[in-house]
Design a protein around this ligand. Structure first.
Ligand code: SF4
Length: 279
């Protein structure tokens, strides 16, 4: 069975590499796909379905859509699309939108609270559906934007995990689109005629200023130096902990021990700098 296009072949190759690199899937897995109705989650569901039919291991899929309760939200279109393509799905109606309105002050950014509430719903449904993995549609651009946002505004050197076991150890979250670009996910959802459904929340499309600025910066850099984004993604898998300043990674006691070890070997002699420090 061939792929429908070069794009699909590329998507399949990248998702397969992610699945293999991070041991995302096991024989008999039931994979619950978080389906918001946006381009990324559709692209993920479609490519996992393609892989499911070719993979050397058996796994099943169920798409789960968390409806936040906004009146205009077209969950019916999501349901009919899944149904027409023979995809197992579940629409979960919630009042997350109302809860956010009640809890947040006017002008506060709702996205992190929203994400937490939705994650809670997904974890509950995963248990009810007997899902062994939860697949989310974050792509390579999300990884590097998050890296820069944390670097610039949160004083932390971190992006997001390709595979994560929840704190209580009961859920495994996977992100098979880690190597896929946002532009590829967009083009693939379009090529497959998947209907993009906006989330309808008041913050939809109004990305925080910091995220907007970061996206623009990356776009400009990529235009000037094609390959910058690829290099950033590669860097996330190629870290040099000893060249960072985190003493949790480089405990000063370990460094002292290393210097002592060198001193014991006598060749080469312990440096004058170490003697000065009285190590
Ligand atoms: S844009 Fe709306 S639906 Fe999306 S994460 Fe933010 S609050 Fe939630």
């Amino acid at each position: 069975m061939g792929y429908r296009s070069d794009l699909e072949a590329r998507m399949a190759k990248k998702a397969t590499k992610a699945i293999v690199d991070y041991a995302m899937l096991d024989e008999g897995d039931r994979v619950m796909v978080g389906l918001s109705g946006g381009k990324d989650s559709w692209a993920l569901l479609q490519i996992l379905d393609v892989l499911r039919q070719r993979a050397p291991i058996r796994f099943t899929l169920v798409a789960v859509n968390v409806d936040s309760g906004y009146k205009e939200y077209k969950h019916g279109l999501i349901a009919s699309t899944c149904s027409a393509r023979g995809w197992d799905y579940r629409i979960e109606h919630t009042n997350i939108g109302q809860t956010i309105d009640d809890l947040l002050d006017d002008g506060a950014t709702p996205c992190s609270l929203c994400a937490r509430l939705r994650r809670g719903v997904l974890y509950r449904i995963a248990k009810e559906e007997g899902a062994t993995k939860i697949a989310l549609g974050h792509h390579a651009d999300d990884f590097i934007e998050t890296l820069l946002l944390n670097l610039f505004f949160a004083g932390a050197l971190k992006a997001m995990p390709a595979k994560l076991v929840s704190d209580d150890g009961r859920h495994v979250v996977i992100r098979p689109l880690v190597y896929t670009g946002e532009d590829e996910a967009r083009a693939y959802a379009k090529e497959c005629d998947l209907p993009i459904v906006g989330c309808c929340c008041p913050a939809c499309g109004d990305l925080g200023l910091q995220r907007q600025r970061t996206k623009r910066l990356l776009m400009e850099l990529e235009r000037e130096h094609p390959g910058v984004k690829h290099s950033m993604l590669k860097a996330l898998a190629n870290i040099a902990p000893r060249h960072l300043l985190d003493t949790r990674l480089n405990p000063p006691a370990d460094l002292r021990a290393m210097v002592r070890l060198k001193a014991d070997t006598t060749e080469p002699p312990v440096s004058g700098f170490s003697r000065t420090l009285n190590l």
